[in-house]
Design a protein around this ligand. Structure first.
Ligand SMILES: [Zn+2]
Length: 397
């Protein structure tokens, strides 16, 4: 090798090292917790590790916000961010925490149920790492736009085939990091199963009466604008769908198929005989396979020319007029949370009442950012509360 070749070789190594360092610095920004500013309705802030201590110090630990009303009543668990790339779920949960109040009973909210999913994204899908919401006063709030699955740094490598516990249903290997295949969870299982076990323990300790897991799906997927429940919650789901229709919001009412194991509504419903467990889905083009330009605006504005065309050709399962902006999707979720409380009382006599909560119309009028609290003038750098497992091997003894 000549001197020149050697120089070129070292230069190539140096350039790739530089890019690796820059990309790593960019990537680790997602390991920092989002700023969440509890509003007047929050009476206690806990962590999932208060229910399952083995999660402490891991990316799986996440904030649990308790909103207790003045009047006694039932307990409602709201799971947002099971899939961190489905912002209508975590966005609705964040509006509960930052803006809403509870008059009767308790509402327990996990806006970032799968915190590990928020610590990485899908760069090869061109998914943004962060999305922002402008507020009426000109400030904005920014949150991480994560991934459907947990961070592989907490569970690596993926198996060829993931065998669900305890029903032994087989899924593709990557699904071992999907939080919504990990229920009911177990303390000594995969990382996702340990997080699911934390939710199981929370259910047990807090004696939850009703649980909703807020999801989103792609526009070409048949199960969208839909509410699905454990077989025992069938009446409640149907009544809630009727209640939604009073506000001109169509929502499909379905029963969770007993052959589809590992889902929060089916497994938690099977485990706790008094629990009414549901899942719902709004329409998110960022998850779709035929979408066009994918940037930080698509998850918020929900406008896409390819889906416009697909809708014209009649290929979509839900109305597409005006696209599917996040304010519409979160508005549906806010109305659904209220409909579920009405239906719970009707079916079981148990009562949960929100005090302040925006309606679908409110979200359509004011937008999403209106319901988030103003950021502090100089936001403190949250630092790294926890590092991924692989990283901990090098930094902790
Ligand atoms: Zn989902």
């Amino acid at each position: 090798m000549t001197i020149n070749h050697r120089k070129t070789g070292w230069a190539a190594v140096a350039v790739s090292l530089l890019f690796s360092v820059l990309l790593t610095l960019n990537y680790v920004q997602m390991w920092k917790d989002d700023l969440i500013i509890p509003g007047p309705g929050v009476t206690e802030v806990k962590w999932l590790s208060d229910y399952e201590p083995s999660l402490r110090g891991t990316l799986g630990d996440t904030r649990v916000f308790v909103m207790e009303g003045k009047e006694p009543g039932a307990t409602f668990l709201v799971l947002g961010g099971t899939h961190a790339d489905e912002p209508a779920g975590w966005g609705a949960a964040l509006i509960l925490v930052e803006h809403c109040t509870v008059a009767r009973g308790r509402v327990i909210v996990l806006p970032q149920c799968s915190n590990t999913g928020f610590t990485h994204n899908y760069p090869q899908e061109a998914h943004p790492q962060f999305i922002s919401f402008p507020r009426p006063d000109g400030t904005k709030r920014t949150f991480r736009h994560g991934s459907r699955t947990g961070n592989s740094a907490e569970h690596w490598p993926d198996p060829e085939v993931f065998i669900q516990y305890p029903h032994k249903q087989k899924y593709s290997g990557e699904e071992c990091r999907n939080p919504n295949r990990a229920y009911p969870g177990r303390p000594d299982g995969t990382f996702a199963e340990r997080v699911a076990y934390g939710i199981q323990q929370l259910n047990r300790k807090e004696k939850v009466d009703m649980q909703i897991d807020l999801h989103e799906g792609q526009p070409e997927y048949p199960f969208i604008n839909a509410l699905s429940g454990h077989p025992r919650a069938q009446d409640l789901v149907s009544l809630a769908a009727l209640e939604m229709q009073m506000y001109d919001l169509d929502i499909g009412a379905e029963v969770s198929p007993p052959s589809f194991r590992g889902l929060s509504n089916l497994e938690m419903g099977d485990m706790f005989p008094d629990l009414m467990a549901m899942t719902s889905e709004t329409v998110n083009p960022t998850q779709g396979k035929i979408r066009g330009i994918t940037d930080e605006f698509l998850p918020v504005d929900g406008i896409d020319a390819f889906y416009d065309r697909a809708a014209q050709l009649g290929y979509l399962f839900a109305p597409w007029e005006g696209g599917s902006p996040l304010k519409k999707r979160i508005g549906r979720n806010m109305q659904e949370l209220q409909a579920l409380c009405v239906a719970l009382k009707e079916v079981t006599g148990k009562e949960i009442e929100f005090g302040r909560i925006p309606s679908y119309e409110d979200l359509m009028t004011n937008g999403v950012g209106y319901y988030f609290n103003p950021p502090p003038a100089e936001p403190a750098d949250p630092g790294f509360r926890a590092l991924p497992g692989v990283w901990r091997l090098f930094t902790q003894r």
